[in-house]
Design a protein around this ligand. Sequence first.
Ligand code: DGJ
Length: 721
Amino acid sequence: MDPVHLRAAGTSLLLTFPAGETEITHFGADLGTDLPDPDLLTPPIPNSALDVPVVVGIIPQASSGWQGRPGLRGSFLAGGRPGRGFSPALRVESVDAAADAVVITAHDGDLGLTLSSHLRVHPGGLLEVAHTLTNTAGDPYQLEELAVVVPLPRRADEVLDLTGRWCRENHPQRARLRQGTWVRSGRHGRTGHDSSLLTAVGTPGFANRAGEVWASHFAWSGNHEQFVEQLPDGRRLLGASELLGSGEIVLESGQSYTTPAFFAAYSNRGLDGVSARFHEWFRAREHHVGTVAGRVRPVVLNTWEAVYFDHRIDELLDLAASGAELGAERFVLDDGWFAGRRDDTAGLGDWVVDSQLWPEGLTPLIEGVNALGMEFGLWVEPEMVNLDSDVARDHPDWIVGPDPAAHTTGGRLPLEWRSQHILDLTNPGAWRHVFDQLDALLAENNIAYLKWDQNRDLSEHGSAGAPSVHEQTLAAYRLLDELRAAHPGVEIESCSSGGARVDLGILERTDRVWASDCNDALERQTIQRWTQAVLPPELVGSHVGPTRSHTTGRVHDISFRAITALFGHFGMEWDVRQASAPERETLARAIALYKEHRALLHSGIRVNADLPDEALRLHGVVSRDGREALFAAVAVASSYAEMPGPVPLPGLDPDASYRVEVLLPSSADADHSHAFTQIRPPAWLRDGDAFTASGAWLEQVGLQLPVLNPEHALLLRAVAL
Ligand code: DGJ
């Protein structure tokens, strides 16, 4: 079979078919059109090895000599016992190639397994791969794992992935790649606070804007594994699979299983190049919300850290008015509005408005909010249930657990988490109940936005007899899909105790993520930088929190909090009535700046400078035509250096000339003097707060920054003259 070569935006994917298998011969930089005979790559046969070269197939198979992690694990159940057909030998039957995509069908005729592999290189160079396995035999096939892998060259020698916890999502960790397998397992039944949104492997020392990088993301909101493997023969793979419970997927004759989509990006200009490919892919989606799609992201006022469960209509209307005065455009009523919900121990599952709190329903609040010129949004947590709810009392069998009627029979339920359990959405009655309740809420109220939360792990899923994480995840996806189809105008946010469900699977049916429950600007600098390594800023909710952070106890100036929130989908989550007059003044200015620049922020190219000083960060967004940019210089700690020194402003047009000015904090801001400790600012700041230089100068020589105090930031704008 002839090789298949897909190319886009500087990326090549070359597939060849040695010994009847599909091999990814190259995934990386563009190879051009003049390709040699792929036989060129046939390796030698070392001593003490198989007598034929080992093919690293698109599904690595032991039947071809692969001794690493197999691409497919499973076996047929014969007479109820697993084991038959544990080592398939899939061979290519057909290749159906178009300019940007290919579908390859492989078959093991002896066993009765068919695999169809779908690979696409999107216009921005992002590779998307998924496999479908079909049981064509008579016996049931118990699937243990079906992985998606791409090979890495040997110079890819360093791994960076992301990890975290509640209030500290998406923090990077790095290590030299060694022999063996580096596996990140997610067993939370949701994506997880610790899930690696991005797994990047690159040339040693790869950085924000330097080095070659191969990076992947797995688009799934359930259990999963992501791995990087290096075999003793030096070959290495980057891959991922759904982490299946024992017996979770049994394919009857004729049934199929499809992997979640695996995305991979190659960049020869560091991590920013990887991010650009993901961002371009997001922005090309039809349902994308953001400036490029002509859908502007409104300034949000969320009630959670403002009032928590203390819902009183007069207070809420007062808060809304205070937010509107600052420039808020969307008011989101968070947890606490529904029947029985005075704290987090009761009410989940019923989804009816609390008639004591809201004798006339939500309408008076919604109309009040609308009259202030704001849209109305509402918090829900549809996949969960409190035992103290009508639905749990009426339908104990809808609660996920080893014993379906456990709480009425005294049997065992899974351990509680925030006093809540999981509603079994694979039960058609439970699914219909939730759909109908939410459908009615959306039909009866003028709701523009849902904050869709999910506040516990799905523990004890997937064992025999219990509903599986796989099915539950698909049922939740279906719920979102059908609600969206029924209410196409409603935007939905994916929240999961902050950022425990941030992935491209959920983002196919939601419009932004809540990156973290931590609104501390210092923590947010890291969380947002790395969430945006994959997601464009317009999909990442980022709110100005209270002066003293509720989750860390730190106190930050308003300009630092506002500058941090500007580089995302901007909002407030604070009782802004409590803000001091100077705080409100700066906040109002920041909101005006956001409105003025959101088109740029939500369509431009995200850049992160490489700075030698870990205490200092410089990041920004440059418009696609290079004519305008916003940058933030951020002191995240106290520096070893007395002066921050000239810092590069990357990504500008080297030949254009720019006027650079400070937007925040300016001398008009009350916290201006807190931000710096210096006898004199740099010359350009004494001289009308502006500086003119070429893009080449700004990237190569840089800008003299004032001496920024720790946990402070400076917002800069560069405009081409
Ligand atoms: C967890 C979310 O992440 C918070 O923002 C808030 O909505 C609470 N749940 C409400 O219970």
